[in-house]
Design a protein around this ligand. Structure first.
Ligand SMILES: [Fe+2]
Ligand SMILES: [Fe+2]
Length: 368
């Protein structure tokens, strides 16, 4: 088809060096991976996490004497989660042409919506906020719209990995407090089994979300290492929790969360960033920044910087390849169960650009 393009456009055609995958092929492989992962995820979600925000908890048994700090935190969790329709519609729009990703966003939205309803029930049944107060608060929250933190799909995908892990961590630490395990003097002696169950149930969902988005980022990292590492660097450089600019009492909420030992900058570094890095084969933030800097020093021929080798020193590509292969095995097992393998199987295709020697280590599965 090249001959029908005007000559001045020939140089704009993206060139694929011989033996490498074209962007179109990479996009197709990533799309197939997402579709398979989405199918697997949905079946699993319905089988193992099909809880209900009203019926799954004994709301009447929730303590009427929750510490005020716990009510503040619960209310903040509710405030963030109740933007679920905004989160979902914005992200959905971004990926609407992808079957696996857009259908997943709907499923994901339906799970986030349950989180909002469960936290709202917790605030209501605590008896510390009147229904009228909650209605007005909700109106105030909903008068603002949550917008995407980044303009493109890859940055938002990366952002979601860190955000889901951070959210999971918040809820796990809330669960520990509600189980009576807080070492903070102002929360000593407090426990509430209903609240502990709520926090635990939602934290399990967040772990599943983290894992879905993590698998997506791994596929991007495998087929588009340069672009993905740049996105990771940009996202961690300006990470903040969703809706932090929209919730009117955010400052009080985040300070209460910090003093309760639930979440703060140290937790982000240690239990969010480093965990995600480990799952993505990145040694540290320093190694990431250094690696990206080096790839920019690679000689630039004819205005095209192919960066074929330097980028692979920035992360453990052998581990990421192992993880992407494992994801495909998981999808293939699922497809065999249904019969997709006989009609339209998902297949793993190696990225020929990945160096075949010098892989640093074996893989490590993410938490499910
Ligand atoms: Fe959530
Ligand atoms: Fe989530």
């Amino acid at each position: 088809m090249a001959e029908i393009l005007p000559p001045n456009m020939l140089s704009e055609r993206p060139q694929t060096p011989a033996g490498l995958l074209s962007s179109r092929e990479k996009d197709r492989l990533i799309e197939r991976g997402f579709l398979g992962l989405y199918r697997w995820y949905t079946a699993r979600s319905q089988e193992t996490r099909n809880w209900n925000a009203d019926r799954s908890f004994d709301w009447k048994a929730l303590s009427k004497d929750l510490p005020p700090e716990i009510v503040t935190v619960t209310q903040g969790f509710f405030a963030v989660e109740q933007y679920a329709p905004d989160f979902t519609s914005s992200l959905l729009n971004l990926v609407r042409r992808s079957h696996g990703r857009s259908h997943f966003q709907l499923r994901w939205g339906s799970e986030e919506e349950k989180h909002a309803d469960a936290w709202e029930n917790a605030v209501l049944f605590s008896g510390k906020r009147t229904p009228q107060w909650i209605a007005e608060y909700k109106e105030r929250l909903k008068s603002q719209t949550w917008e995407l933190p980044f303009p493109d799909a890859i940055h938002n995908l990366v952002y979601t990995v860190f955000q889901e892990r951070a959210t999971q961590l918040n809820y796990l630490n809330m669960m520990k407090i509600a189980q009576g395990k807080s070492d903070k003097p102002h929360l000593a002696g407090f426990s509430d089994p209903v609240l502990a169950k709520v926090a635990q149930t939602i934290a399990v969902d967040e772990a599943a979300h983290y894992n879905f988005f993590l698998e997506g980022v791994r596929m991007y990292l495998y087929y588009y290492p340069q672009r993905t590492l740049e996105a990771i660097k940009n996202v961690i450089g300006q990470f903040s929790m969703p809706a932090s600019m929209l919730v009117p009492d955010w400052k009080e909420f985040s300070e209460t969360v910090y003093h309760a030992g639930i979440y703060g900058p140290r937790d982000f570094n240690r239990d969010v960033m480093q965990v995600a890095f480990r799952n993505l084969g990145i040694e540290s933030r320093k190694a990431l920044e250094e690696g990206i800097r080096k790839t920019r020093e690679v000689p630039d021929f004819d205005g095209h910087n192919h960066q074929t080798t330097a980028i692979f020193d920035t992360f453990d590509y052998g581990m990421v390849e192992g993880d992407v292969k494992r994801l495909h095995l998981k999808i293939q097992d699922y497809e065999k169960e249904i019969g997709f393998d006989e009609v339209d199987p998902t297949e793993f295709v190696e990225n020929p650009a990945v160096p075949r020697t010098g892989s640093k280590s074996g893989g490590q599965a993410a938490d499910d």
